[in-house]
Design a protein around this ligand. Structure first.
Ligand code: SAH
Ligand code: SF4
Length: 392
């Protein structure tokens, strides 16, 4: 597959019908799709709105998967549902818990493929990092996922399913009749796992709409951050159709360096990307964009880089997230020294931007940003392929 070839939905997304028994999985259906599915299964048109609300609440508010437990539905209607549908999540193959509390789930999806989902607890919030693709078509030279070929796009159900399985594991579903929990364990979702979310646009959008829906999981759009390597044509669309916060994998201040780190830059260079980003906050009605910047020793970490960076993004409401490079076996880079990272952060901060240095989490279980990769590694890019695309 060539560097920037758009991924077509039809080829890479599995149909929603499950092979076993031909039942439809309700997880990941949008409200409209769920309503249509209920009607097609025999729900009278007159009752469709009410049934949709009831089923939606059981599945997404209470996390119930067994129709028999949907107690406000008649026995006959529960049987009808069970005959046509399942409520199924991807399977958790392994769960690793880091010394710092980070949890990494290896998740198996239809076809036997695997993706990773990471839960990062913090004092005042908990962030779930979810994947949008198995592997990635892009070949950012510092990213472990980038060494794995794209196997396929995740379906909307598999994306929503990652949020639901984490809530299962953390025991977070509300119990009917119990008082409302104030603090949420999964309070934030970031699309920063495996894959480029904007190359799986429709499924990511549908999944986030389900996650944001006020009568279900109900996360506010300001608690969802989509991270992109800079797929320019889809950025405005993300603002309009999803409206969540945006993070951009910026990582370099000249096109020459960004071409090697984030090769999609050859298609949409720094200027084109920044021009597009200037419109994002207005279009999405969100406050500011996060610029992610991985700190690579002697590659992009000089004072001159820091100064260029603040000049480039002048006028864009922004926060700059400095990510100390997370090493992985065979990686061609090293993490910048701590003093260098601090000096860089200082320049950015003095220019008026928040410049938090992201503490690597879950390093002992290889759960940190950019270390995710399917354990099976069935489809691996050759080093030649990576070098060619990165222009190394
Ligand atoms: N494909 C999307 C989202 C997944 S990557 C994107 O590229 O934005 C999430 C973040 O981790 C990105 O900013 C990515 O550049 C960064 N990243 C990738 N590999 C890394 C590594 N080894 N160390 C630190 N950050 C890394
Ligand atoms: Fe893909 Fe993002 Fe990794 Fe680049 S950084 S290879 S876009 S997952």
């Amino acid at each position: 597959m060539t560097l920037s070839a758009p991924i077509t939905q039809d080829v890479l997304t599995l149909p929603r019908k499950l092979p076993e028994g031909g039942k439809i999985n309700l997880v990941g259906l949008t409200r409209d799709q769920l309503r249509a599915a209920l009607v097609a299964a025999g729900t009278p048109e007159k009752q469709a709105k009410m049934r949709l609300g009831q089923v939606w609440q059981w599945v997404y508010h209470f996390g119930i998967r067994d129709f028999a437990q949907m107690t406000n539905l008649s026995k006959d209607y529960r049987a009808l549902l069970a005959e046509h549908f399942v409520v199924e999540l991807p399977e958790v193959v392994t769960r690793q818990i880091s010394a710092d509390g980070t949890r990494k789930y290896l998740v198996r999806i239809a076809g036997g493929h695997e993706v990773e989902t990471v839960y990062i607890p913090e004092e005042t919030r908990g962030t779930l990092c979810i994947s949008s693709q198995v592997g990635c078509t892009l070949t950012c030279s510092f990213c472990h996922t980038g060494t794995q070929k794209l196997v396929r796009n995740l379906t909307a159900g598999e994306i929503v399913g990652q949020v639901m399985l984490a809530r299962d594991d953390l025991g977070e579903w509300p119990v009917a009749g119990a008082p409302k929990e104030e603090t949420r364990m999964v309070s934030n979702v970031v699309l920063m796992g495996m894959g480029e979310p904007l190359y799986n646009f429709e499924n990511v959008r549908d999944a986030m709409q389900v996650v944001m829906d006020g009568e279900g999981i109900s996360l506010s759009r300001r608690r969802i951050t989509l991270s992109t390597s800079g797929i320019v044509p889809e950025i405005a669309r993300a603002a309009e159709e999803i409206g969540c916060l945006l993070a951009v994998s910026f990582h370099a201040t000249t096109d020459a360096v960004r071409d090697t780190l984030v090769p999609v830059n050859k298609k949409w260079n720094i200027k084109t990307l920044l021009d597009t980003l200037r419109d994002y906050p207005r279009l999405s009605n969100s406050e500011r964009i996060t610029f992610e910047y991985v700190m690579l020793k002697d590659v992009n970490d000089s004072d001159a880089d820091a100064r260029r960076l603040v000049k480039l993004i002048a006028g864009i409401p922004a926060k700059i997230n400095l990510i100390p490079f997370n090493e992985w076996p065979g990686a061609p880079y090293q993490r910048s020294d701590w003093e260098r990272i601090e000096a860089f952060a200082d320049i950015v901060y003095k220019a008026g931007y928040a410049s938090p240095i992201r503490t690597p989490r879950g390093e002992d279980i290889m759960a940190a940003c950019g270390q995710l990769k399917s354990a099976t590694e069935r489809a691996r890019k050759s080093s030649k392929e990576i070098a060619a695309e990165a222009g190394l």
